[in-house]
Design a protein around this ligand. Structure first.
Ligand code: TXA
Ligand code: MG
Length: 339
């Protein structure tokens, strides 16, 4: 299959409208299409069409028991997919949707059963991206969309990442430039009076706690995960990734040790450490945690087997979006070094 690349232009409304309509037409016809959201690129299919949704699992190599998030353009559409909304969810929606927050609620059965992997709940979110919203409005369907990467790899934050992973396996790719947040949405299980954060993400714990109590994070238990996605390997670069807790000197010590063994070492770090460390390759992740979140997946994809033997990154503070950054790094890492 040839993947049609549909490019959103900056100043050409007519062209952009045609791109959105073509993407919506492909989705309505049961094809799968990747498109940008404010978090990462999603790989969309009509969530009411079981055959279309099955194509997502095939293209990504995604385990069948890992449910998908349904994306909608409006609160009315969201209501149309779930049994009922607790008042606090209405308040969260008012505060943070459209935005990087996914609500896990009892499904009313509108979406195909492979969207929810047979669970009684469904994840729904309203993405805060003009292209995603335009496509959702144009096809007027709930769109099931996981991140548009091959399962296990870092999520795509640029159209090229999607192309690298899925070229030839999907009908279309809408190129809308680099995504904003850079990490996926926060996934919350919405219980009667409180929520459980199943996956930290673009909306922080602090933001959610302003509206509803957050219960202690569920311990990751591979036998019975609260969120099926939590048991799989995720976000992994091609080469081993080690986390080093400490300052630039601590990172440099590990670089020197490994280089002495003949390894080529790359360092991914915020600017302060980046500027003080010498290595075979270095990437500056920026000055703030939101910058680190925005650049992280692209940086993890930069290093290829054969060019680099080891990636080192620092341990970031777990406040704000730092909780999501560290969640992804812990899942991606192969070793944690603490002096
Ligand atoms: O930002 C995002 O959320 C991106 C963009 C494309 O919207 N999507 C995304 O989807 O990250 P995905 O499939 O890569 O991750 C969805 C996560 C998985 O960990 C999955 O297990 C969990 O949400 N999930 C989905 N439905 C669920 C449900 N009914 N119960 C528990 N967990 C669920
Ligand atoms: Mg994913």
């Amino acid at each position: 299959m040839e993947t049609k690349r549909l490019i959103i232009g900056n100043n050409n409304d007519m062209h952009n409208k045609a791109v959105v309509e073509e993407a919506a037409a492909l989705l309505s016809a049961g094809e799968i299409v990747a498109f940008p959201t404010e978090t990462v690129y999603g790989l969309g299919a009509d969530a009411t069409n079981e055959k279309a949704v099955a194509k997502i699992f095939a293209a990504k190599g995604r385990p069948q028991d890992n449910p998908l998030i349904a994306h909608v353009a409006t609160v009315e559409q969201l209501r149309g997919l779930v049994d009922n909304l607790p008042q606090y969810v209405e308040d969260l929606i008012k505060a943070y949707s459209p935005g990087p927050l996914t609500y896990i609620l009892p499904t009313n059965g509108t979406c195909a059963t492979n969207v929810t992997a047979g669970l009684s709940t469904i994840g729904v979110r309203i993405p805060d991206h003009p292209v995603a919203l335009a496509i959702l409005k144009a096809c007027n369907l709930p769109i099931a969309a996981p991140s548009a990467n091959v399962s296990g790899k870092p999520s795509p934050t640029a159209a090229n990442h999607v192309f690298e992973d899925l070229q030839g396996k999907i009908a279309g790719l809408v190129d809308g430039g680099i995504t904003g947040v850079g990490l996926e949405s926060t996934v919350i299980s919405c219980r009667a009076d409180d929520v459980v954060i199943l996956r930290p993400g673009g909306i922080t714990r602090e933001q959610i706690e302003k509206i509803v109590p957050v219960a202690d994070i569920v311990k990751e238990d591979n036998a019975k995960p609260a969120s099926p996605g939590m048991k799989y390997k995720h976000y992994s670069p091609e080469v081993p990734l080690w986390l080093v807790k400490g300052n630039a000197a601590a990172v440099q010590k590990v670089v020197d040790n490994e280089q002495r063994k003949g390894k080529k070492v790359a360092v991914l770090a915020s600017r302060k450490i980046y500027e003080q460390v010498q290595a075979d390759q270095r990437i500056n992740l920026g000055d703030t945690l939101p910058e680190v979140a925005n650049r992280l997946y692209d940086a993890l994809r930069t290093f290829k087997k054969g060019e680099i033997d080891l990636i080192l990154t620092e341990v970031f503070p777990e406040s704000g979006i730092g909780e999501a950054i560290m969640n992804r790094l812990r899942k991606a890492m192969t070793k944690y070094i603490e002096e």
